[in-house]
Design a protein around this ligand. Structure first.
Ligand code: NAD
Length: 456
């Protein structure tokens, strides 16, 4: 295995040295063609996602679309890797920032977005002039190979710009240890982040972490409940509750609590749970028996405490090896410990609130800080939610659920979510190194801050 990583890193380093000499807009042209190839293969790639991650068809197609959108974004970006020019305090001087590639980027990804998260990383890393070594989830090797095959169709001499290191934890650790890999971008559980971060930090490597969430929404009395119920159902149950941004906690104002819970119960009852390849399925199975067991462990612990749990049971649909579940609604009077950690399954805790400030406090009072939402038609409430006293998450939405972000904005979260930002906006800066250059085009050598140093 050590030999394997060694030869992969050598190859990746080699190609990165050639790739960085290609002008950025030409690098963008490769990514444009990659995007075209993904468009041509959209259906087939989506089928591979459904096969491995068990996502329903429309979500798998959406995931490939996200990778295509990232290509388009990165093509434009390839002409916009801007560095600032600042006024110098010295005469005949120019002060300027330059952005240069890092070299080799290591990308460790989770099972639940087996293509899109790689595309966030690869498209930016590539236009910024880097090569990428990809360690996909052990559940997603076929997705990774399909993406690499699409790249190989358009990459000419630069096939090695994507190199795949298949494996599990040991392989991820080997990426983290290797000081030829300048940046490690890792997506997965907080537990994984806490284990890998010290390894990269020990060699002072760069880190980009996209870790677990424990996302909440607040429903205010003025909310449009039709829109709200749809937003909650998709966020809590879509992708079988297996998105980092899945909605896990709901705080509902006491005036509308009963109505909201009644409608949610009906909505959860009506969801179509079935084989993800079937056109009408809205929810597929959990990824594994292990996921199912961790969901049931939490629900049993809640029941033992006398907490009201609606749903959550296993459904015998399709093959007996797969774990289909009815999403669970958990009605709590008080905050319970189970609400404070991420269970990667469709469990939605619902609690009443009276005062919006209390609801915001409960929302923020967890160790994770990824995504959050408020449903309201009251401008004062939405502005408070978005203010510095509001949500402490990296994502704060109004009248939209917690999941389903667009690629244009920077994606990521605070606290135990890791602090990284990927995808749109200026996330590209993570994949480059900044050089501050001062150029003296005069005949004198004035020193900064008026310091005198006369050699005579
Ligand atoms: P996971 O942590 O089990 O695995 C993620 C990746 O890390 C895999 O490639 C895995 O092989 C590797 N890995 C896991 N534990 C490791 C260890 N101890 N040492 C070395 N490598 C290790 O996560 P998963 O089950 O694939 O995905 C679900 C998790 O990922 C959830 O917590 C979810 O919130 C998170 N996630 C976060 C984001 C985000 O952008 N914030 C996106 C997707 C998923």
């Amino acid at each position: 295995m050590t030999n394997n990583i060694d030869s992969i890193v050598k190859k990746s380093k080699e190609v990165s040295l050639k790739w960085r000499d290609i002008p950025a807009p030409q690098r963008g042209e490769f990514i444009r063609q990659f995007g075209e190839e993904l468009r041509l293969q959209k259906e087939a790639l989506a089928q591979t996602i459904t096969k491995e991650a068990r996502k329903i068809k429309t979500e798998s197609l959406g995931e490939v679309q996200e990778a295509i959108d990232m290509c388009d974004f990165a093509v434009g970006l390839s002409r916009q890797l801007y560095g600032l020019t600042m006024p110098s305090e010295r005469p005949n001087h120019r002060l300027q920032e330059l952005w240069h590639p890092l070299g080799v980027v290591g990308c460790i990804t989770a099972f639940n977005f087996p293509m899109a998260v790689f595309a966030w990383n690869f498209c930016l890393a590539a236009v910024c002039g880097n090569s990428v070594i990809w360690k996909p989830s052990p559940h997603s090797n076929e997705c990774a190979k399909s993406i690499k095959a699409a790249w190989d169709k358009v990459s000419g001499d630069f096939s090695d710009l994507i190199l795949i290191l298949e494996g599990g934890n040991e392989e991820a650790v080997s990426i983290c240890k290797d000081n030829r890999i300048t940046l490690v971008s890792a997506t997965g559980s907080t537990k994984m982040g806490k284990e890998l971060a010290p390894i990269v930090s020990a060699r002072l490597g760069k880190l980009l972490l996209e870790l677990g969430g424990n996302n909440a929404a607040i429903v205010c009395p003025s909310a449009n409940l039709d829109l709200t119920i749809k937003g909650i159902a998709f966020s809590a149950c879509g992708t079988t509750g297996q998105r980092c941004t899945s909605l896990r906690r709901l705080f509902v104002h006491k005036e509308i609590y009963d109505d909201c819970v009644k409608r949610l119960e009906k909505c959860f009852d009506d969801l179509i749970i079935g084989c993800p390849t079937k056109e009408d399925s809205q929810i597929g199975p959990l990824i594994s028996e292990e996921s199912y067991n961790s969901m049931q462990k939490v629900l049993n612990s809640l029941r033992n405490k006398g907490v009201q749990v609606l749903g959550g049971e296993r459904l015998e649909i399709e093959s007996p090896e797969e774990y289909y579940v009815k999403p669970a609604l958990v009605l709590v009077d008080d905050i319970v410990d189970e609400m404070l950690s991420e269970t990667f399954a469709p469990i939605l805790y619902v609690k009443r609130y009276e005062d919006l400030k209390d609801a915001i406090h409960m929302q923020n009072n967890v160790s994770q800080g990824l995504s959050s939402s408020i449903f309201t038609n009251d401008m004062r409430e939405s502005e408070l939610f978005l203010s510095e006293s509001g949500s402490d998450c990296g994502i704060a939405n109004v009248n939209i659920g917690t999941s389903g972000a667009e690629i244009g904005g920077a994606f990521g979260g605070e606290k135990d979510t890791g602090g990284g930002r990927e995808s749109g906006s200026d996330a590209w800066k993570n994949y480059m190194r900044r050089v501050t250059a001062t150029i003296n085009y005069g005949e004198e050598l004035p020193l900064a801050q008026g310091v005198e140093f006369d050699e005579s």
